[in-house]
Design a protein around this ligand. Sequence first.
Ligand SMILES: [Zn+2]
Length: 279
Amino acid sequence: MKRLVACVTFDFDAMSGLVARGLTSPTPVSRGEFGAVALPRILDLMDRFGIKTSFFIPGVVIGTYPKLCEEIVKRGHEVGHHGWTHVPPANLKPEQEEEDLVRGSELIVKLTGKKPVGYRSPSWDLSPHTLRLLLKYGFLYESSMMGHDHEPYRARTGDLVHADRAMEFGQPSPLIEMPISWSLDDFPHFEFLRLPTSVTPGLMNASGVLENWLDDFEYMRRTCDWGILTYTCHPYVIGRGHRMLMLERLLEGLVEKGAVFSTLEAAAREYDARVPFKA
Ligand SMILES: [Zn+2]
C-alpha cells in the first residue's frame, strides 16, 4: 500500500532573517514582526486540518516571542533548532557555531522540556563543521540539503570538494537528511528583497506556486510507493491573505491526493525504521 508523507513545515524567523542581513531599520523589523500576526492564523489552520508539524525557531526569536512559541508547543507541534541568530553557519566561526548550537538547544529544552532532535540551518547553508557538530550533540536529523526530492538519506561527512578534479565523497553518517528545496520554499517565490548586491523579485502569483507544489507531490504519487515531501513556509511570508488561501488549498489538495501529514521528527523515525543505518 502506498504511503506518501507531506511535511508542511514552518520556519518562525520573524525579523531575525532580515536582521542577519543587516536590515535593522524600523520597516524591515516590522516586516518580520508580521510573522507574529500570521502565526496564530497558521496554528488555527493546522488545527482545522488536524495536522501536527514542525516549527524551526532561532533562539533570538524564542526570546522575542516566548508566549507564541509556548503556543506552538501547546498545540502539539515539534520545535526544531534553527540557529541562535539567523546567520547561516557557513558565515560563522567554528567556535561561534558550536556555542550557538548549544545555547539554542538549551533554550528549546526550556521551552519544550526536551532536547531538539532536528536542525535546519538559517538560509540553508551548512558550514564544513555543522554535520560533525550535529552528530556530537546527538541530533537525529538535519533539513538543509537538496540531494533528493522526496526520499531522506544519510548525511555524509568527510567530503572533499575539488575545483579541478573529481569530487571525493565521504562516508554516510547516522544523521538523517530530510531534504528540502528552494522551489518548495515560500520565500524566493513571494518575498521582494532588495540588498546592496542583489534583488530577489518574489511577488509571484500564488496559484502558480500552488500548482508547482501540488505537482511535486503528484510526481511522487505517480512514481513511488513511499516517500516524504517537505514544504518550507515562513509565517511572515505565507501569512498574507492570498497566500493563506493558497496554503489552505495546498492542504486540501494534499488531502485529496492521499497525503499523510507528519512532523519531520516522526517522518525521520519512519525512515530510520525502514532503512536502518549500517556503519
Ligand atoms: Zn529561517
